[in-house]
Design a protein around this ligand. Structure first.
Ligand code: KG4
Ligand code: ZN
Length: 416
């Protein structure tokens, strides 16, 4: 390393640690000075999106770029990890460069680089981590390893004034969990999926229905396709059973629902005398009923989590907040269902706009900003970091929630 590079690195590390220990005022800087001086590059590659963004300390997005692999995986009927890895490799350099170019920020000006290191697909995580580590070493920039789900949970704080603690429901293609966010790296896990995630279940139902052949759905993810078709469907036509009705905890299960839907599809194919792979005439109704059941299941478990938090004083009495994020949270019907629960329990419901619900580089950069502000998890670029495909979020309270066995009053889900 050249001496000038070493000096620059030492200065940057000292600045972030001093801020943490003494605050900006003690360093004789106004908050606007610090806003202009702290810049973070975020890099996301945990699944099938290659994302990068440059953020200021206040959360201003100075540059962003995203490459989605969705269309490739739609054609192959699901994510093939080696294909995802190859596509990340092909696009990561361009995506990061685009974000930097758009921001007009030189790598030497960055206060830190934040990258997703857990949880996710091993082969995908490896590409982002390898790229980030070589980038920070080349430019002598501190490195911030990021937990993908923490990043989803905290994105809302970039957009709204939300103080800790708040309740968060994270629903995506890979995850389904309920947690209390108490701090940047302090979470209590109240519930998680026991089998598959809601986005995964919706993607599989969409594949089973061959929605890729539907003229309105050919470029949409499974969840998006189900939402679109459900608008013209009758959800009452197929009364699927809401999962886990007799289990009084906050965990989720979607495999059984998918089984119910598959059996209905098979029956309808036989009735209509059509082969698997042909579009059913009742496809809108199946989409509507599936979406409704997913929404009711998410709403019920979230309702119980709210009651558990209230009983245990886990949320503030002033403006208690429910945050919903992750790819599935961009579904308007599901948001409305959660809105019904929030209203009934007196919580404020906040959801990031769709582009921040699905995976992106901005949420990773924001997590870097939050950690930089608090001086948490900032590493010297030469520290070796490993990725972790499996990484639970927070302290596990699921058995305490189950033991509390809270009965949830029934609420009518009249959603238009
Ligand atoms: O958060 P995300 O981009 O990636 C991870 O899984 O981490 O979420 C993608 C998932 C996919 O399963 C997709 O079908 C689902 O989110 N999704 C939706 C909608 N948009 C995306 N599910 C329901 N309704 C939507 N509008
Ligand atoms: Zn995600």
């Amino acid at each position: 390393m050249f001496p000038s590079k070493v000096n620059r690195l030492i200065q940057r590390l000292l600045l972030s640690f001093k801020r943490h220990r003494y605050g900006d005022a003690a360093m004789g800087k106004s908050s606007s000075d610090s806003c202009s001086s702290q810049l973070v590059l975020g890099i996301e590659t945990s699944c099938d999106d290659t994302g990068a963004a440059v953020l200021s300390e206040t959360g201003a997005i100075l540059g962003e770029s995203l490459h989605s692999q969705k269309e490739v995986h739609l054609r192959t009927g699901g994510i093939i990890p080696v294909v995802a890895q190859q596509l990340h490799r092909e696009h990561i350099e361009r995506v990061v460069q685009e974000a930097l170019d758009q921001s007009g920020v030189d790598p030497a000006q960055l206060s830190a680089v934040a990258a997703t290191v857990k949880p996710g697909l091993a082969l995908s995580l490896a590409v982002g981590l390898e790229f980030s580590q070589s980038f920070v070493r080349r430019h002598c920039t501190p490195f911030i390893p990021v937990h993908h789900m923490e990043a989803h949970a905290l994105t809302i704080r970039m957009l709204h004034a939300v103080s800790f603690p708040f309740l968060v429901l994270l629903v995506s293609g890979g995850h389904s969990l309920l947690a209390v966010a108490r701090g940047v790296d302090d979470f209590l896990q109240l519930g998680r999926t026991l089998d598959e995630a809601p986005g995964d279940a919706l993607d599989k139902v969409a594949r089973r229905l061959s929605l890729i052949k539907h003229p309105r759905c050919s470029t949409l993810s499974g969840g998006q396709a189900i939402e679109l078709l459900a608008k013209d469907g009758d959800r009452m036509r197929f009364p699927f059973k809401t999962p886990m009705g007799q289990t009084y905890d906050c965990c989720f299960s979607f495999a059984g629902l998918r089984n119910q839907v598959n059996m209905t599809i098979e029956k309808k194919e036989a009735e209509e005398g059509i082969e698997r792979g042909t579009l059913l005439s009742c496809v809108n109704d199946i989409a509507a009923a599936t979406q409704h059941t997913v929404a009711c299941h998410l709403a019920k478990r979230t309702h119980r989590a709210i009651l558990f938090c209230k009983a245990n004083g886990l949320l503030p009495s002033l403006t208690p907040t429910l945050v919903v994020s992750g790819g599935v949270a961009s579904n308007q019907y599901i948001r409305k269902a959660l809105g019904v629960i929030a209203e009934a329990t007196g919580l404020r419901l906040l959801c990031p706009p769709a582009k921040f619900c699905t995976d992106n580089g901005v949420m990773i950069a924001w997590n870097g900003v939050e950690r930089l502000r608090e001086g948490k998890g900032i590493l010297h670029p030469n520290v070796d970091v490993t990725y972790e495909p499996k990484a639970p979020l927070g302290v596990d309270l699921t058995s305490q929630v189950k033991a509390a066995a809270i009965r949830v009053p029934s609420i009518r889900m009249n959603i238009s």
